[in-house]
Design a protein. Sequence first.
Length: 367
Amino acid sequence: MPATHAARRDLLRARLGELDAPAALVTRLVNVRYLTGFTGSNAALLVAADDADDGEGADVLATDGRYTTQSAQQAPDLPRLIDRRLVPTLAARAARAGLRRLAYESHQVTVDGLRMLTEAAPELELVSLRSAIEELRSVKDEGEIDLLRQACAIADRALAELIAAGGIRSGRSELQIARDLDSRMLDLGAEAVSFATIVASGPHSAIPHHAPTGRGIEPGDFVKLDFGAACAGYHSDMTRTIAFGQPAAWQREVYGLVADAQRIGREALVVGVECAAVDAAVRDRITADGHGEHYIHGLGHGVGLEIHEAPLLAKGATDRLRDRMPVTVEPGVYLEGRGGVRIEDTLVVRATGPELLTMTTKDLCIL
């Protein structure tokens, strides 16, 4: 998609004008991928405010000799430099082009990397690009949203197949269930799982990011599953909590509370609303039922080429929701030693109302 990537670089050029910087050095690999389509493990990109057709002021992608063929295939519209010393080579190129200011990803470059930059081109004034590219990435185009939709559909189907096959049954361990779910997502076309799948049963379900163990599922357990599939680099994210055996009254109560809070969060996804306000609406609902101290994390996050992206839905968040922002909504209540519930969807903020991408029912599933 050369035209798509070129359009993204043009959006970055507009940001460079705001910074009064004639070029930017992009070193964070996921951002290089977003702007070029190149997926190799070693790359840097120079983006010029005025992208000439030739000459040393033009955009250029740098990588090493392992990726000569791959970079040509994935970024055919860009000049390429094949050189293992990516950062100093591009900095020197910018200096030779007569540039005097260079924006760089200060949140990504190490102290040693900054030293290499200054040694390679001491005449350059370095300014922070801050998180300009991450902010651009937070609003997706329809092609990106379609990939997220495909990733979510894979995860939905994998869970449905797991349940239909009796994959969650007495004595089966958290690890066995997690590996089964992962295998099903891969068999259904995922290029990878989005992150290490969480399966947490019984008292373990009260641990928000529990790592699966050999504990076997027992009647009376909550079984919390947090998982996702990756499709062409784009990640889905979903959590469902299942009751294994007839749930006790306290389990039904907590599940009903989290389900209602999650509904409030979904409905609060309105263009222009402060992200902190969405979190507060959900937190207030849970607090009103006396479980505020048992809700111990933020409401959600952006999702895309990374499983956690901007914006953040949490206390103190400063962003506002924008059209075509994919986010998760994932409140939870965790009762230490007893069990916990989290319900999570991936949705897209739309001017016409939020679009739900994870379609598995949120009604309490009892196995």
